[in-house]
Ligand binder design. Structure first.
Ligand SMILES: NC(=O)c1ccc[n+]([C@@H]2O[C@H](COP(=O)([O-])OP(=O)(O)OC[C@H]3O[C@@H](n4cnc5c(N)ncnc54)[C@H](OP(=O)(O)O)[C@@H]3O)[C@@H](O)[C@H]2O)c1
Length: 252
């Protein structure tokens, strides 16, 4: 799909992967609506990049997401690419009832934010077809190792949601895609433990690596993309060789 001159909406746009994605899509000549809660960050981004508009909104707020879709429909009359990148991690362990709140918060933001945005933009994306609905899920949505159980649950659920709606949306001209990053250094995910070692520093990626993958996915409508690509054999291995995976994760 040609991106130049088309309209994109990106959530999680005030930092990290979302911010880099706004810049990458604007660099392709798209008009981009940048969404997150921190207004000043979005306005700085919009001031620095031609074609970018700031729209402060909380994706856990159904009415705010509906208002976002109404504004894009009224002003742009189309949405060709929706990128749901707003997300965060909550809690570190699950050991008792007090830890349930972290699971609920992760589900509300990571799964719920994606569901609300996809729902609010469904008809506009179909009316703008060919179009793309891209969820920034995670390798943690495939392998629940070394991550918060609440976060992994929300990302597994996001992957299930995306795969569940994809066949139906494809018939409406909308490719539903998952971009699954591995370890990426951002504000919300500083990766301090991993970066403490020389090997760890080689394993982490940057937000621009993910943004480039999102642009490629937006162009091609690729159903699933893992970034960096070397995580892919781990993801495949988990499904085709589950006993081996369990053995390997016994010490995680
Ligand atoms: N970094 C990694 O290692 C990694 C790996 C795999 C997947 N991911 C996923 O990539 C996505 C982006 O994360 P990141 O690494 O770029 O982290 P980040 O730099 O912390 O960015 C998170 C973004 O989400 C926004 N956000 C958080 N809560 C929100 C809410 N309620 N409503 C609207 N926006 C909200 C934040 O903006 P405001 O605070 O201004 O609202 C911020 O722009 C997340 O879904 C994350 O799970 C990250």
């Amino acid at each position: 799909m040609e991106l130049t001159g088309k309209v994109a909406v990106v959530t999680g746009a005030s930092s990290g992967i979302g911010e880099a994605t706004v810049a990458a899509l604007a660099g392709q000549g798209m008009r981009v609506i940048a969404v997150a809660r921190r207004r000043e960050r979005l306005e700085a981004l919009a001031g620095a990049l031609p074609g970018v508009t700031a729209h402060p909104a909380d994706v856990t707020d159904e009415a705010a997401v509906a208002a976002l879709a109404d504004r894009v429909r009224a002003r742009e009359r189309a949405c060709h690419v929706l990128v749901a990148a707003a997300g965060a991690t909550f809690g570190r362990r699950f050991r008792g009832p007090d830890d349930s709140a972290a699971v609920a918060r992760a589900m509300d933001l990571n799964l719920g934010g994606t569901v609300r945005c996809f729902g609010a933009f469904a008809d506009l994306l179909a009316a703008s077809a060919p179009a793309r609905a891209i969820a920034v899920a995670s390798v943690a949505g495939k392998l629940a190792v070394g991550t918060s159980p609440a976060y992994a649950a929300s990302k597994f659920a996001t992957v299930g949601f995306v795969e569940g709606i994809a066949p139906d949306w494809r018939r409406r001209g909308v490719a539903v895609c998952q971009v699954n990053p591995g370890l990426v250094v951002t504000e919300g995910f500083p990766q301090q433990r991993v970066r403490a070692s020389a090997l760890g520093r080689r394993l982490v990626a940057g937000p621009d690596d993910v943004a480039r993958a999102v642009v490629e996915v937006a162009r091609r409508g690729t159903p699933e993309r893992t970034v960096p690509r070397w995580y892919r054999p781990l993801v495949v291995g988990r499904h085709v060789a589950a006993p081996l995976y369990r053995l390997a994760t016994r010490w995680a």
